[in-house]
Design a protein around this ligand. Structure first.
Ligand code: NFS
Ligand code: SF4
Length: 635
């Protein structure tokens, strides 16, 4: 049965365990939820006020307006732009957290953190227009943090946020300014969306969606700053060889799964765990402490430190079903509340750490940056204690793990290219795009969803596009899928890449001393690290002197589910990228909104949504888009 749910071989091993032990998984709950509400799927259910809920009859004689008079277009638009605001809030809150930590470090208040990449700090200062030459790193960091925090405070709406201004092409900024969708203040834009979607406010679907686009661009701003400042504090990713899937758990080690999104805690746990190996050994764990990642905090520590990735979103419960995880430490976002119950079926200590993200039935260690190392130590101690309670009879670690070479941020990609042309690193990439050795570039991002077979569309599309010589980038749970399925190693390149792509990846990989090609899919990091892909795209566009919507570059989120993915997808089209969705978005109850994001957007922004649930067909469509763009460029 699991064959229909997931492509992940670990699911085949562990779902029978769940069945035998009568433990529900996400797939059982999905089944129990069928049939899901058709009104909700179409986006035409409104709960914005207590006169409701109201729902529009999409077919027959039922109501065409809610009690207040809102029609399907207004209801759909309000619902979806609220999702964008929620996504922007999530990413930007993460970013604010990191910016405040950088300020704390700069002001000498946070002894447990330091500036790990001073060169990057200085480059950022340059980009943001902050004087750095001859100044101390803490002084520069303070200015960078304060200017970043101003992106949450600026009240002049004619003055767009600093980070977005420093992150896009001039042409794109002009286009977005012309549409009045450039955010000036992340918090204000999110608040503005909540205000205008309140009962009895904005009732113009086009105006609402443009407001949503501004919110989505605030999301982009939040991710760009989160990524860049995290690199300053925790180091900029460089290629590292590691492994993925549940086989990375170890029977003879204290297994700690780091789950969530924010590196502020997970990075410290990595640091502290090293110092507590002896304690783990004394507790009987001959292999000491084994850290593994789940979801995007997993991607953060994966690309920076090579910590193996155990699971992406839909596999988080499977990790617990192994009976081998001693502690699952979570921070924020994409944490299924079900893990509390799963943990309690085993010896596993589920530890929540953020005061605004607790789960009933789990242990809470209140994480504060001021006491970060101490909190990390408490957590590792809990894991070691739990290890002593582990029942070896119940341990079942699927024997699946795939070698993965990860850590390809913009810097790492440019450094690798510089080995081919030190003077002009972008030239080899550009030349290969122009001569067709690289037909186009596709960024895979986004989640897993129970509305699709887990990981399957990612894998199918990647193999097909790679065979057609499309260079593949990935972030988030999409990247997790590729890592788990062995598409982030050299063998995958040899097996799946088309001849010319293979040639390019081999030339770069060999110059980089890898003794073979680069991996088939380049892992750029977590979801906030989608901003890294934009950085590479902007560099390419600037080099040719075109805007982003001219590049043979596409994005795909074949298994999207989160509000954050709605925000990312929307800024992706606002930046000019044709963006594939494999799951029907909840907007089809409004023709106006659907046309707006799939057709009108193309004229206004160059980017647009392309919805296609079938992965083979989706890959074909993306290839056609890539070829169309090549033709327009005359290449
Ligand atoms: Ni992105 Fe990462 Fe995964 Fe989706 Fe969730 S972990 S922030 S939202 S599910 S990719
Ligand atoms: Fe119904 Fe209008 Fe209230 Fe929505 S805002 S629940 S459509 S009355």
């Amino acid at each position: 049965m699991n064959q229909n749910f997931s492509l992940d071989p670990s699911a085949s091993v562990l779902l029978p365990v769940a069945k035998k032990e009568k433990i529900d998984t996400v797939w059982d709950r999905h089944k129990a939820m069928q049939p899901q509400c058709g009104f909700g799927q179409l986006g035409i259910c409104c709960r914005v006020c207590w006169k409701g809920p109201c729902r529009i009859d999409p077919f027959g004689d039922g109501p065409k307006r809610g009690i207040c008079g809102a029609n399907a277009d207004v209801i759909v638009a309000r619902n979806v732009v609220r999702m964008m605001a929620a996504g922007a809030a999530a990413h930007s809150e993460h970013g604010r957290h990191v910016a405040l930590a950088l300020l704390g470090v700069a002001e000498g208040r946070l002894a447990d953190y330091q500036i790990r990449d001073e060169a990057k700090l200085r480059r950022i200062a340059g980009r943001l227009g902050i004087e750095e030459a001859g100044r101390g790193s803490h002084e520069v960091a303070r200015d960078v943090a304060l200017l970043t925090l101003a992106d949450f405070q600026n009240q002049d709406h004619h003055d767009p946020c600093t980070w977005i201004k420093a992150s896009l092409t001039e042409k794109r900024l002009d286009k977005l300014a012309g549409l009045e969708v450039l955010p000036h203040n992340i918090d204000a834009v999110v608040t503005g969306i909540m205000a205008r979607t309140n009962v009895g406010c904005d009732a113009d679907p086009v105006n609402l969606v443009l407001g949503g686009v501004k919110g989505a661009l605030a999301d982009f701003n939040g991710m760009a700053l989160a990524t860049e400042l995290s690199d300053v504090l925790f180091g900029t990713p460089r290629p590292v060889i590691t492994a993925a899937n549940l086989g990375v758990l170890k029977e003879d080690a204290v297994n700690i799964a780091l789950h969530g999104h924010n590196p502020l805690l997970s990075d410290l746990v990595c640091e502290i765990a090293h110092t507590m190996e002896d304690e783990a050994r004394r507790a009987g764990a001959s292999a000491g402490i084994n850290l593994v990642g789940v979801c995007c905090t997993g991607n953060e520590v994966l690309v920076r430190h090579g910590i193996p990735l155990a699971a992406n979103y839909l596999s988080q419960e499977l990790a617990l079903l192994t009976g081998a995880v001693d502690a699952m430490v979570v921070d924020v976002q994409c944490i299924m509340p079900s893990i509390a119950e799963l943990g309690s079926c085993f010896h596993t200590e589920i530890v929540t750490t953020m005061d605004d993200c607790k789960i009933t039935g789990t242990r809470h260690v209140s994480f504060k940056e001021e006491t970060g190392a101490e909190n990390a130590r408490q957590i590792v101690t809990l894991a070691i204690e739990a290890f002593k309670r582990r029942n070896p009879q119940r341990v079942l670690i699927p024997d699946f793990k795939e070698t993965s070479i990860v850590g390809f941020g913009a810097e790492a990609i440019l450094e690798a290219l510089a080995l081919l042309d030190a003077e002009d690193p972008l030239k080899p990439l550009l030349d290969n795009v122009v001569n067709g050795n690289i037909r186009g570039i596709a960024l895979f991002a986004g989640c897993n969803s129970t509305n699709a077979k887990q990981d399957s569309s990612f894998v199918t599309m990647a193999k097909k596009l790679a065979a057609e010589n499309v260079l593949l980038l990935a972030t988030g749970c999409g990247a997790g899928a590729f890592a788990k399925h062995g598409l982030m190693n050299q063998e995958a390149t040899l097996a799946w890449a088309g001849e010319t792509l293979k040639g390019v990846l081999t030339a770069i990989g060999e110059a980089a001393g890898l003794g073979g090609p680069l991996p088939l899919v380049l892992h750029m990091g977590s979801c906030v690290d989608n901003s890294r892909a934009v950085q590479v795209a902007v560099a390419l566009a600037d080099k040719i002197g075109v805007d982003l919507d001219a590049l043979p570059l596409v994005a795909s989120a074949p298994e999207a589910m989160s509000e954050k993915a709605v925000a990312i997808g929307t800024w992706s089209i606002a930046l000019g990228l044709p963006t594939h969705l494999g799951i029907m978005p909840q907007v089809t109850g409004s023709k106006v909104v659907t046309d707006l994001v799939t057709e009108t957007a193309k004229e206004l922004l160059g980017g647009y949504f392309l919805v296609e649930p079938d992965p083979e067909a989706a890959a074909e469509k993306l290839l056609a888009v890539i070829d169309e763009r090549r033709r327009a460029l005359g290449i």
